[in-house]
Design a protein around this ligand. Sequence first.
Ligand SMILES: NC(=O)c1ccc[n+]([C@@H]2O[C@H](COP(=O)([O-])OP(=O)(O)OC[C@H]3O[C@@H](n4cnc5c(N)ncnc54)[C@H](OP(=O)(O)O)[C@@H]3O)[C@@H](O)[C@H]2O)c1
Length: 411
Amino acid sequence: MEKTVHQRYAIVTGSNKGIGFETARQLALQGIKVVLTSRDEKKGLEAVEKLKASGLSDDKVVFHQLDVTDPAIIKTLMEKAVHQRYAIVTGSNKGIGFETVRQLASEGIKVVLTSRDEKKGLDAVEKLKASGLSDDKVVFHQLDVTDPASIASLVNFIKTQFGKLDILVLYIYIYIHIHTYINELLVNLVGYIMRKYLINGNLQVNNAGILGIIIDLHAYKSANKLDGVPPKADDVIRETFEATKECLDTNYYGAKRMVDAFVPLLQLSDSPRIVNISSSSGLLKNIPNEGVKQELKNVENLTEERIDELLNKLLKDFKEGLLDKEGWPAKKSGYILSKAFLNAYTRILAKKYPQFLVNCVCPGLVKTDITYNFGELTAAEGAQSPVRLALLPQGGPSGNFFSRHETMSCF
Ligand SMILES: NC(=O)c1ccc[n+]([C@@H]2O[C@H](COP(=O)([O-])OP(=O)(O)OC[C@H]3O[C@@H](n4cnc5c(N)ncnc54)[C@H](OP(=O)(O)O)[C@@H]3O)[C@@H](O)[C@H]2O)c1
């Protein structure tokens, strides 16, 4: 791809008033991104507000303190201009994604917070700003990873606004389908399912098993009423072909669509990073079929086309009731395989793009909406491991799976 950066940038010194101020306005009106500077921070911020109040869009003018008699500040400004890094975090209107945006932005990275719902995304950006994050560190763009037109629109935004991309953090999480109303029983139910259904016998605990499955609260409520004993997980959880397909489409193909779309912009970065948010559920030990396990592990022979074939076979076997016979996981097959395919894809990417650092990570069992706040970690703690991988220095690991901060040798 041609190394063309469409967005143009300008610094106007002494631009909190007078001709400098008007120059900043007129450049910004021409589509140039302007750094309005002033030696006095208060005056500069007020000038930016005045420009915005006069109708200039939020992302066209930013403030930086600058006294031209101070070489140290000039150096900082120059370094920022040259080294500004940009990140996209998918599914970041809430949960771990939201906290990842906050932590990356606090490190000086300009982050695009994305959400499939515009209102939720804009509210999330406001929340970050209200908590003290500076105006120019986080911007919103709509993104539904299952919609190619939405991805194309984001590519265009990044191209025209930033000209390159440094970090792509892929968080996507399908919400559980709840058949009936939410009541006080829900928290107990989710905790119960976590313990009985997902965590038992697995030291690398994660909540991910509720993805791609349907929890039937009617069944739970009626069973609970009968004898006061919680029902078996199998009695309240249903797995359907549609939910399984949607899970694979969002978790695996959603990430792949994003990578395919953004590789050209990542290639313009001098430190490209991709972080795929995976889960310990997707570890190979959870797949009974030895052949599939070996294929996913063998990065020398594995191809993206072969992953497509395996994924289609899984769906076909699901439809025909052959999961068990064909050696797929009997429970949460969609979620387990979506993450196992994502891990395998991470290996392929690391090999294909040696100049990138591409890794996947299980953030731990985190209290978020999806777990109805069941878990050991806060969203901010859950975000720490993906953020660390997004900020890996040159020469860091690539093609690895991390369980929080620990590398796993077999995944
Ligand atoms: N929480 C845990 O314990 C845990 C454990 C292991 C792995 N993980 C992984 O961590 C990641 C984040 O989960 P979380 O706990 O932060 O969940 P969360 O709070 O429910 O957040 C999920 C995010 O994904 C978005 N999303 C869903 N479908 C999407 C689509 N088609 N396009 C764009 N965005 C979409 C949601 O948007 P809406 O608000 O529009 O639904 C939301 O912003 C997931 O990949 C999950 O597998 C979490």
